[in-house]
Design a protein around this ligand. Structure first.
Ligand SMILES: [Zn+2]
Length: 337
């Protein structure tokens, strides 16, 4: 079971046992080599500077299960002088340490990370928190979801990636709660915190720098795949409309960096992926088909993991559309026409 599926199951009691960074540092060096083996230029991706003071690491962690797709996450480093803030530090303790080393190379001198921010409560974004001494901040909804599900997510990710990859990984929950509309300084820019409820997950965070037109989109923009996890397709469409209205010049999401002239196409692509689910569901409902019948008509694409994800997404969208359709409400406007 993948981490995003595991996070939908019931909560278990959360246990935390502290471990120091130095305990696992040497073992992580070997682990990173093992990660990169077999796939050229694979897991140990470097930091890429997008704009002055903004660097991105697109990282993936290969699954041990045959035919399963890797887990993906993008970390964003906001830095200026000797200080930095990290949005979504990654999935494992070792990859957190790897990111620390990469951050120190950014400025040619050690940088102090003052704060970690978790954009949403998925294992791939948050389980590296513990590799850092810095405090962690998140929206209240993300904090609550992590309290409820992180233990399940860690267990599922350990099963999927193997014990070695998760060596030293412990749950570290956000201590600081961010509010919608709050402003914070990071990397020489002023950022506004925006909450998009019930979209990709229960609570997704955006960071918006109006001065430079930079939008950090967390899980709401994904260059690889769409996962309608704990959120709602209608909420996600609304979030995209909010993002569009900001008219960003730069948009940074999961494995996605869209620069000037590319942002609208990226938003349109994400919307189309959601609307595909909406239209399939709606057409099935118009034909009085059941959820099972709609799912059975889904074309199989890609590797073995894709049909599972495609069925998961469509099943969630179908149930949401069924409520609208039975209530004689129109299909979501963003997908009409
Ligand atoms: Zn996610």
């Amino acid at each position: 079971m993948t981490a995003w599926l595991a996070s939908t199951v019931s909560a278990v009691v959360l246990t935390m046992s502290p471990v120091s960074a130095t305990e696992t540092e040497s073992a992580c060096g070997e682990d990173l080599g093992a990660h990169a083996a077999g796939t050229p230029n694979a897991a140990a991706s470097p930091l890429m500077t997008v704009l002055p003071g903004i660097a991105v690491r697109h990282r993936h962690w290969p699954s041990l299960a045959e035919g399963s797709r890797p887990h993906w996450a993008s970390s964003v480093v906001l830095w200026q002088g000797r200080q930095a803030v990290v949005l979504d530090p990654g999935a494992t303790h070792c990859s957190g340490l790897e990111l620390q080393r990469a951050i120190n190379h950014l400025a040619g001198q050690p940088l102090q990370v003052d704060l970690l921010i978790n954009s949403h409560a998925h294992a791939e974004q948050v389980l590296a928190n513990h590799a850092w001494r810095a405090p962690v901040a998140a929206l209240a909804g993300t904090q609550a979801a992590m309290q409820q599900h992180c233990a399940d997510c860690l267990a599922a990710l350990t099963q999927d990636l193997g014990e070695a990859a998760l060596r030293g990984t412990r749950i570290k929950l956000p201590e600081q709660v961010l509010q919608h509309g709050q402003r914070l300084q990071a990397g020489g820019r002023l950022w506004q915190v925006l909450e998009m409820p019930m979209a990709h997950t229960q609570s997704d965070l955006l960071l918006w720098s109006a001065d430079d037109g930079v939008l950090l989109a967390g899980g709401l923009m994904d260059g690889h795949r769409l996962v309608l996890a704990q959120g709602r397709v209608v909420g996600w469409l609304q979030a995209l409309a909010h993002m569009e209205a900001l008219q960003p010049r730069w948009l940074i999401g999961q494995h996605l960096v869209a620069g000037p002239g590319q942002v609208q196409a990226a938003i349109d692509q994400q919307r189309q992926a959601l609307c595909e689910l909406v239209r399939r569901s709606w057409q099935g409902l118009e034909r009085w088909q059941t959820e099972a019948e709609v799912l059975a008509q889904l074309p199989s694409q890609g590797g073995a993991a894709d049909p599972l994800l495609a069925r998961f997404n469509l099943g969630r969208a179908w149930r949401e559309m069924e409520v609208l359709w039975l209530g004689q409400e129109p299909m979501p406007q963003a997908c009409a026409g």
